[in-house]
Structure formats: C-alpha cells, structure tokens
Design a binder for this molecule. Structure first.
Ligand SMILES: CC1(C)CN(C2CCCC2)C(=O)N1c1ccccc1/C=C/C(=O)NO
Ligand SMILES: [Zn+2]
Length: 385
C-alpha cells in the first residue's frame, strides 16, 4: 500500500464513526407504516447540530440476493421478488399470509427494493467494521429485530440485524447483541438461540398480552447456545437510574464472561417517555449512559435504530446518542436553522423529561433480575453447556 493510501486509511480511522445515509435509503424507509418521515427528521436534526462533520458519511449498497439468503429462506426471498413485480396482489393472498404479510405487516409497494435497501444499509455498516476502516458505524434506518427467517413480523420485513451480525462473524468470533427497544428482540434471539458465538441481551417490556410476549427471565437459549440468550423482562414505569444500574451490572457480567470481540446495539426509541407505546419513563440520557458504557469497551460497534413512534422524540434520542458516539457535546436548544424546527414545539429543547408513571418494577424485582441473570451467566464462564 503506497504512502498516500496509508494516509487515507489513517485519516479514515480518525473518522472513527461511519454513518450510513442517502436519499434513496430515506425514501425506502418511508415505506414502513407508522414511521413515515422519520428517516429525514432524524438526519436533518443530526445535520442541524453539525454532527455530520464529525463522521464519515457513506451511502448504502443494496443487499444482494445471496446476502439476504444468508439468513432468510429462499421461499420468502423469492416470494418478495415475485410479488414485487406483480401488479395484482390479490393473486398471492394465501402466500401473503404464509409469509406474515398481513395485519401488522401490510404488503408495501416495491417491497423487494425496500428490503434490499434496509438490509443493505446495515450490511454496508457492518462491512466497514469488518474491513477495519472504522471502530464504530451507525445506521439509524436499521434495527428491524422481529423479522423471522421465513417471514415478516411486528412491522419488520427483513432482519437486517441478523444479516449484519452474520457479516461481522466473517471477522469476529464472539458478537454481543444489545437490544434497548421497548419490545423483545425475538427475531435476533431466535436466529442465534443455538450458538455460543452470539450472545443476545434484550431489555424490554414483558407483560401478559404485550407484543411479542417472548423474552421471559427463564428464556436462556437452547442446546450449545444455552445461557447465551439473556433476557431482562421489565414492567411499565422503569426510570433512567434503575434501568442504568441494572444494565451496568449485567453488562459488566456479560463483558467478563462472554468477552465479546464486537458489539451490535439496537436503540429502538419506543422505550423513551412520550412514545405512543406509553410504557417506560426513560429519557435519552438514560440510554446514553448505557451507550457510553458500551463505547468504553473500545470494541468494533454497530449502532442501529428500531422502534420509535413519536417521531420528533426519536430524532431527539438518536441525535443525542450520535453526539455521545462521536464525543461532541451539543447544546440543549434545537437549532433554529433546522428545516423541521416547528416539529420540536412547544419546548424546542433536545432533552426529554422522564415520564411520571409509577414504576411497577419494585426494588425486589430489579434485584431478582440482576441476580438471576448473573447466576445464569456464571455457566458460560465455567464453559458449561
Ligand atoms: C403499530 C406499531 C408498529 C406501533 N406501535 C407503538 C405505537 C402505537 C402503540 C405502540 C406498536 O406497538 N406497533 C406494533 C404493533 C404490532 C406488532 C408490533 C408493533 C411494534 C413493534 C416494535 O416497535 N418493535 O420494536
Ligand atoms: Zn419496539
């Protein structure tokens, strides 16, 4: 490699954070029901705070059929290709049901191009880490953690998280997946339930009748993957301090016992106060403290989005997390240069105040969660199956 190339790579590495963004990706993201307009809102706020000058911006490369098949079934992918071309969707009605494309996953226009973009963005980010071009990569348009091998689920049409982890496994032996979304990351846990090479850690709301219903405390993984699925089921009302205390304790134990080589973090913002899910009392500062802890490990890390249905709050949350990831403090007032300025009324502040729902998680609940999870993790330390 000649000197100039070395200089270029050194410079790239100094831009340790790669950020996947391009207009086509935002256009495709807008096809997801319930979050139309979110991709642009997030990017505009990140730009308004001039955080883009601290990152290396790169466009996504659409995922190839082969890369989609590294997790999803041929039947599902070929169905998406077939239905993408066909004009009358009625013809495939029964197939649609078979592949979960109904109710909460309505068929969307140009669905194959859509899944190539969504999966391609997270794969492009993962590839940057595999190539050693950067330590950290961000794709706020990814994080669709419910999609299963052979179908869509929970508003997730393709599991970009599983595909990205699979890509990281080309270079890194042990991958830690952390899921802060309000909902259990069931699609990712299912994909890696039987392997000790990927430890999935999901903190989520877990109550009778709350989607997806999985991720209980006794759900620890299967076969050789036993104890490598870690679930932290929570009730409504949890607040930043208790959430971080619990995460801090569990993350330390996971780091010491599993010793990850790379990390993937799903930052679904439906756990933040003000989301229509109306569940947790968390603020971006609480999740930000958890992100700071992950960054302190100084491992190759991929940050992804996920849920988040209060669009201005999701933009606030992921902009704040981006500022932490790049290590650049930003002012509390939303820049009035931002074209979406009025979306942030009436406060025009970046901070989100915590909710005042009563915390249903008692001190005993939190203690039991920490103790049970840490005892389970003792098994992987001693190499027990
Ligand atoms: C319809 C939306 C997507 C929106 N929403 C919010 C806003 C309204 C009440 C909570 C949901 O719970 N939804 C869902 C409905 C059925 C199945 C899954 C989900 C969400 C999954 C998710 O976010 N995973 O991380
Ligand atoms: Zn969610």
């Amino acid at each position: 490699m000649d000197r100039s190339q070395e200089m270029k790579n050194a410079n790239l590495l100094s831009q340790r954070v790669f950020y996947i963004c391009d207009l086509q990706l935002f256009k495709e993201s807008d096809k997801i029901p319930n979050i139309r307009g979110r991709a642009k809102l997030v990017h505009n706020l990140i730009r308004a705070y001039d955080l883009v000058s601290h990152m290396q911006l790169i466009p996504h490369r659409p995922a190839s059929e082969d890369s989609l098949l590294s997790f999803h079934s041929r039947n599902y992918i070929e169905f998406l290709q077939k239905v993408d071309q066909s004009s009358d969707l009625e013809k495939h009605e029964d197939d649609q049901l078979e592949f979960g494309l109904e109710y909460d996953c309505p068929l969307i226009e140009g669905i194959y191009r859509f899944v190539q973009a969504i999966a391609g963005a997270s794969l492009t980010a993962a590839q940057v880490l595999v190539n050693g071009l950067a330590r950290v990569a961000i794709n706020w348009n990814g994080g669709w953690h419910h999609a299963q091998r052979d179908g869509a689920e929970g508003f997730c049409y393709i599991n970009d998280v599983v595909l990205a982890i699979h890509k990281l496994r080309e270079k890194f032996s042990r991958i830690l997946y952390i899921d802060f979304d309000l909902h259990h990351g069931n699609g990712v846990e299912n994909a890696f339930a039987f392997t000790p090479h990927v430890l999935t850690l999901s903190l989520h709301k877990h109550e009778p009748g709350f989607y997806p219903g999985t991720g209980g405390l006794l759900d620890v993984g299967l076969g050789r993957g036993r104890y490598y699925s870690v679930n932290v089921p929570l009730k409504d009302g949890v607040r930043d301090d208790n959430y971080f205390t619990l995460f801090h304790c569990i993350a330390n134990k996971v780091w010491c016992t599993f010793r990850p080589d790379a990390v993937v973090v799903q930052c679904g913002a439906d756990c933040i106060n003000g989301d229509p899910a109306c569940a947790f009392n968390l603020t971006p500062r609480g999740i930000g403290q958890c992100v700071e802890k992950v960054l302190a490990w100084n491992l190759p890390t991929l940050f992804l989005g996920g849920g988040g249905y209060n669009l201005p709050n999701t933009a606030r949350c992921w902009t704040y997390l981006t500022s932490i990831i790049v290590g650049f403090q930003i002012p509390a007032s939303i820049p009035d240069s931002n074209e979406d300025f009025m979306c942030y009324s009436p406060d025009f502040e970046l901070d989100i105040i915590p909710g005042n729902r009563s915390d249903q998680n008692t001190a005993e609940d939190m203690k039991l969660l920490a103790e049970t999870v840490c005892q389970n993790l003792d098994n992987i330390a001693e190499g027990k199956e």
